[in-house]
Design a protein around this ligand. Structure first.
Ligand code: SF4
Length: 186
């Protein structure tokens, strides 16, 4: 527990994952502001549904929320198609924008709710987060929150939250039917 709360910008993939991560970081003494930047989520309707769930939850819990409204679909799909490892590029994009925004807002640190997922490659997330932190001049706070994943499911069910059935991009939406693993999934 820190003696004085440290402002932290938390990249949020979805509200169910934020439930446990925000509370755990707050217990450590971070003053968390949620940050929604996920142009990877396809289609737009799905992105809006996840965002609406997050907006409702943040409002009910009094958690400040910053939203990037832009939805650069062409750029995002081009980036994923051209990437050597599309999940790593996807993590890097989202965490770089979060790190830059933390810097602009005068916040010394950022983190991500991706750290609660047992299905995502945590080594890739750490590498992308640390690279983004180095470039922006802020600290990447990584915690392995995978042991809280079941709690996030329970809390989201108790609160009647929408829970998505695929990671986000159009490829992951297809892959669930073909039992294909994306390069950032384990
Ligand atoms: S599977 Fe998930 S992490 Fe990988 S590119 Fe698609 S949305 Fe991004």
């Amino acid at each position: 527990m820190r003696s004085k709360s440290v402002p932290l910008l938390l990249h949020v993939c979805c509200a169910p994952c934020m439930t446990v991560v925000q509370k755990a970081l707050s217990r450590e003494g971070f003053a968390v502001t949620a940050f929604f930047y996920n142009p990877n989520i396809h289609p737009f309707k799905e992105r809006q549904r996840r965002l609406e769930t997050l907006t409702a939850y943040s409002g009910s819990e009094g958690i400040p929320l910053e939203i990037v409204e832009a939805y650069p679909l062409e750029e995002n799909i081009r980036m994923l198609l051209e990437a050597e490892n599309r999940c790593y590029s996807c993590f890097e994009d989202r965490l770089s924008v979060t790190a830059d925004r933390a810097h602009e807002m005068g916040m010394p640190a950022f983190s991500t709710t991706l750290s609660v997922s047992p299905y995502q490659n945590q080594e890739q997330i750490i590498k992308a987060g640390e690279n983004a932190a180095f470039k922006a001049g802020v600290e990447f706070i990584y915690r392995d929150f995978r042991d809280l994943y079941k709690d996030s499911i329970r809390i989201s069910r108790e609160n009647g939250m929408y829970r998505q059935s695929y990671c986000g991009c159009v490829f992951s939406e297809r892959d669930r039917y073909f039992k294909i693993k994306s390069p950032g999934m384990i």
